[in-house]
Design a protein around this ligand. Sequence first.
Ligand SMILES: Nc1ncnc2c1ncn2[C@@H]1O[C@H](COP(=O)(O)OP(=O)(O)OP(=O)(O)O)[C@@H](O)[C@H]1O
Ligand SMILES: [Mg+2]
Length: 295
Amino acid sequence: MKRKIIAIGGGKGGIGKSLVAANLALVFSRSGQRVVLVDADLGGANLHTCLGMQPPKLGIGDFIFNKVPTIQEVLSPTPYGGLYLISGALDYVGVANPKYTQKLRVIRELSRLDMDIIIIDCGAGTGFNVLDFFLLASHRICVMIPEATSIENAYRFIKMAYYRKLKNSSLNYGLKNTIDEVMASASGVRTPADLVQQVKQIEPAGGALLEAELALFSLDIVLNQLRLPEDGQIGAGIEKACKKFFGIPTSYLGGLPYEPEVWQAIRQRKPLVELFPEAKASQEFKNIAQKILSR
Ligand SMILES: Nc1ncnc2c1ncn2[C@@H]1O[C@H](COP(=O)(O)OP(=O)(O)OP(=O)(O)O)[C@@H](O)[C@H]1O
Ligand SMILES: [Mg+2]
């Protein structure tokens, strides 16, 4: 199997990103994969707690600030066989805002680890750290809950991620000035897809390269905290809207019900799939993991 780097984001805080990251990681490791869970929520790292661990002595900050030469050294074993954690717990002022090149180095080193699956919990918001780790992964999962505020934040998150990717790619193709020009003209740029079309009209060759690269930008959706039977239908609506407004292919992976076992597991500092394997959400984590593995 090809190594997968899966990033979990979603814009809004407190919607279940860490829940999804920790439980998917455990399901994957139980299916025989070697898995690393990376806490890139640099300001609010708490994945160690989700796994019932004390903050490990070494974390991602030690690697970013060259306190250790390789990322291997900040890998902590967890109570779960085959699952490792790279903690995001902070010891250094400034680590919350690593430079782009430092993030690239983290991803490059992660992809060299002798692991099958790497899951990155990107944290909340649309800051550059969140967006960059999200974009640098090979698979992206956007978590949202079926409430207007979360959906609004998720759309903003997807749009910001797309623009960030556009900007990074435009630098590679020498199109930065053209993009600035198109954005400034504001002549009918309604969606990111529109923007690319207008750039193509001005710079056909570079624009086509940009378009080809952006066509690779896709993401998956996981809905969380479903309370009504019809809540899951929102998934298909989001797929359609992302295609129509952003020109971005998305795929709905599944929906986790709101259920007391979820917060009970968190209170007991154990992953849901470990403590309540029969819970509906645990079953859904298995379905989602299966879908990801079958690709
Ligand atoms: N499906 C669910 N059923 C019941 N409670 C849930 C569910 N999903 C999340 N919660 C509650 O929401 C809380 C927040 O979840 P989690 O920490 O995974 O969110 P997050 O998106 O990672 O938050 P942050 O943005 O702060 O990192 C959990 O501690 C739990 O109490
Ligand atoms: Mg979190």
